[in-house]
Ligand binder design. Structure first.
Ligand SMILES: [Zn+2]
Length: 337
């Protein structure tokens, strides 16, 4: 049993998994992902379903089911090294058995289109975290863009979006506001009855992008007992992104701590460079001087220690680092799942 928990609140694993298994690869998680997770000391993760634009709308449902199916199939080959968790107790059992624990989230409700009853199906299959939108519009609401764009008047949550929020809370799913636009965020604040999270969003005060949270958003999430997960993508850390360092990432976490209190700060690294190996997914493109604009601030889960060092330099105590790396998620999961 590991002494310490290390939980990543956001990783687009399932899309990659479905693609790799579709190419004929077997036992993908144990052989291709767990070594890096273990090297960083990770014990659990919230793994996302993500649907690329090119599959929407017609293939959205099919792809989401395929991604979950891939997880179930891969588990049969995994020699018991990991398991799917639907409750905190499931995670606790994994932990005691030395197994890695995965929770499933849905990054955007696009796969449901406007069919509320499908939410129960995904709940039964194990989805416990629901991002209402990705950075695009769907039946639930408007996503925020990665940077300001010319657009018409924006909306908040639709009537379907509010019905979805209510139903998700009734089922026992956690709402995730990362990728929502400001109007949608405020609607969640007005209508949510339970704590919600921003699984992978940084501070807009330190990096101006619609994908990051305003101070008042961070305060609101803390007030209702939610969590904010720092995102390791340089484009959400510093401008110009090519100058962002791991210390700059730690500054976002320190800013959240100062504003919200340490108990609400977590990690949602959003490592997605690996997706490029799999698919022509629409990541912000590389431009200028051969320097990739989109870059991750540490090279995957195995480099967690580099973040720990930067956080110590930003005056986090070892106890506070434990909270950010895992304890805060554990407390939240224990109370709400
Ligand atoms: Zn995302």
């Amino acid at each position: 049993m590991p002494n310490r928990d290390r939980i990543d609140g956001h990783f687009d694993l399932l899309m990659s998994l479905e693609h790799r298994r579709g190419m004929g690869q077997k036992n993908v998680i144990e052989t291709q992902f767990l070594p890096s997770f273990r090297a960083g000391g990770f014990t659990g993760m919230i793994a996302s379903i993500f649907i690329e634009d090119r599959f929407l709308p017609e293939m959205g449902l099919r792809k989401a089911l395929d991604q979950i199916g891939s997880l179930y199939e891969d588990r049969q080959e995994s020699h018991g090294t990991w398991d799917l968790c639907k409750t905190y107790l499931d995670y606790e059992r994994c932990r005691q058995a030395g197994r890695f624990g995965f929770f499933i989230s849905m990054e955007g409700a696009d796969s449901l289109m406007n069919d509320l009853s499908l939410l129960s199906v995904f709940y039964e299959l194990g989805v416990r975290f629901l991002g209402l939108v990705w950075s695009r519009r769907n039946y639930a609401g408007d996503g925020c863009h990665f940077k300001p764009v010319l657009e018409g008047r924006k909306g908040g949550l639709t009537d379907f979006g509010l019905a979805l929020l209510k139903k998700a809370e009734e089922l026992g799913m956690i709402i995730d506001v990362s990728h929502l636009n400001d109007e949608g965020f405020e609607d969640v604040c007005a209508f949510a009855q339970k704590p919600f999270i921003a699984s992978h969003s940084n501070c807009r005060a330190l990096m101006e992008t619609p994908r990051n949270l305003r101070d008042k958003d961070i305060l609101r999430i803390a007030e209702i007992g939610g969590l904010i997960g720092g995102n390791a993508a340089n484009i959400f850390i510093k401008n110009p992104p090519c100058e962002a360092t791991v210390r700059d990432f730690a500054k976002h976490l320190a800013y959240m701590k100062q504003l919200a209190g340490i108990d609400h700060v977590t990690l949602g690294f959003d490592f997605c460079i690996h997706l490029r190996e799999d698919s022509p997914v629409s990541l912000p493109s590389d431009v200028g001087n051969g320097i990739p604009v989109f870059r991750e601030i540490i090279d995957g889960h195995s480099e967690l220690q580099r973040l720990e060092e930067a956080m110590l330099e930003e005056s986090f105590s070892p106890e506070e680092i434990e909270k950010v790396f895992g304890e805060n998620y554990l407390r939240f999961l224990c109370s709400h799942l």
